[in-house]
Design a protein around this ligand. Structure first.
Ligand SMILES: *Cc1c(COP(=O)(O)O)cnc(C)c1O
Ligand code: SF4
Length: 336
């Protein structure tokens, strides 16, 4: 890729875009020419939140738009469904320090902030108790001390919330402190921001990435090919130019991406943006998300269809999270 194709951009201020995100279901319906009653909207304790940049990729007048369905708060969330609970992953057991989770060997997850640019209705952290994870740097002290004290930990994963909700200055101060922990060999970021708010990938972020003492791995979160437009492709190109390896994780969601065609198109669109598919997750059974559930049997058949349609490197691993397991668990044939 030639440098000239990656112009330095002075994007619209992303923080302002985050602050101006749409939070009213009625306003979102109006922007898309939809009748809120027919769309089934309802208020929720996990409020609607979606930036204009993401709304711009939704189709007007389409009640089944795959991007809309990821963010619109609807009455179906209020249904009590057996097996769908507040903390499906039982993460409390994995808490090593305030804001630090460790479930798997050699890698730990730092919940760097609770804030997200978008609220995804199926999010397994929608009921996560974040209050011990407030936003001033001092709150990271215990987590950083815990990381520093355990030489077994080779990799830190910035997660949240969305870690790229933090300003470049705060990311810099965090990474400087992490760089002082000699046994950290890998640095990863789990983020949806370059997809939902591509202007987040500004010059300062790229400069920060390029200067890190590790080659950063960025795991994006994108569920449908329609999420990837020119602005997202350009942001991904800038992240790669800054030295990042780009992967993607998706959640299999009924009515959104639960067809072989949608999943294959997503892999092709990711490839076109220079991103490799990493995981395709079965939905975590969090309360309020049962209407997105896809059975393991259907998931396996969709995954099989992807394998016969795509090169192996464009087929994500189909996994589910089981509390207490040593890693994400591959979904296998013998399951229901
Ligand atoms: C998913 C997850 C990871 C990362 O797992 P990988 O298989 O390495 O991608 C790490 N820690 C926690 C707590 C996780 O939930
Ligand atoms: S961006 Fe990630 S953490 Fe935030 S609501 Fe969506 S899935 Fe959850």
């Amino acid at each position: 890729m030639i440098a000239a194709s990656l112009p330095s951009r002075q994007p619209k201020n992303w923080q302002q875009q985050m602050a101006e995100a749409v939070t009213s279901p009625a306003a979102l319906c109006e922007a898309l020419g939809l009748d809120p009653v027919r769309a089934g909207v309802a208020d929720s304790l996990f409020p609607l939140r979606v930036p204009q940049a993401f709304i711009a990729r939704m189709r007007r007048g389409d009640y089944h738009d795959p991007l809309l369905l990821q963010v619109l708060s609807v009455g179906a969330e209020q249904a009590a469904v057996e097996g769908f609970v507040a903390d499906p992953l039982q993460e409390a057991a994995a808490r090593r320090a305030p804001g630090l989770l460790q479930k798997y060997r050699h890698r730990a997850l730092l919940l760097a902030t609770a804030a997200c640019a978008v609220h995804c209705r199926y999010c397994f952290r929608r009921e996560y108790p974040y209050e011990d994870n407030a936003s001033d740097d001092g709150r990271w002290n215990a987590a950083l001390a815990s990381l520093a004290a355990d030489p077994q930990i080779e990799e830190v994963i910035l997660s949240g919330g969305d870690p790229l909700s933090l300003s470049n200055a705060r990311l810099e101060s965090l990474s400087q402190r992490l760089a002082g922990i000699g046994h950290l060999r890998r640095f990863r970021i789990h983020t949806r921001q370059p997809v939902v708010l591509p202007d987040r990938v500004d010059d300062g972020l790229c400069q920060w990435l390029a200067k890190l003492p590790w080659r950063p791995v960025i795991v994006l979160h994108c569920n449908h090919a329609n999420e990837i437009d020119d602005a997202v492709r350009q942001s991904c190109a800038r992240l790669r130019a800054a030295g990042a390896t780009l992967l993607n994780q998706s959640v299999l969601l009924a009515g959104i991406n639960d067809s072989a065609a949608a999943l294959c198109e997503l892999s092709r669109a990711l490839d076109g943006a220079g991103v490799l598919p990493y995981y395709l997750h079965l939905l975590d059974p969090v309360r309020g998300s049962a209407h997105f559930d896809v059975s393991a049997r259907t998931a396996l058949s969709l995954h099989g269809a992807m394998q016969s349609e795509l090169p192996g490197y464009l087929v994500p691993r189909l996994v589910r999270e089981k509390p207490g397991a040593a890693s994400k668990s591959p979904v296998r044939n013998e399951e229901d």
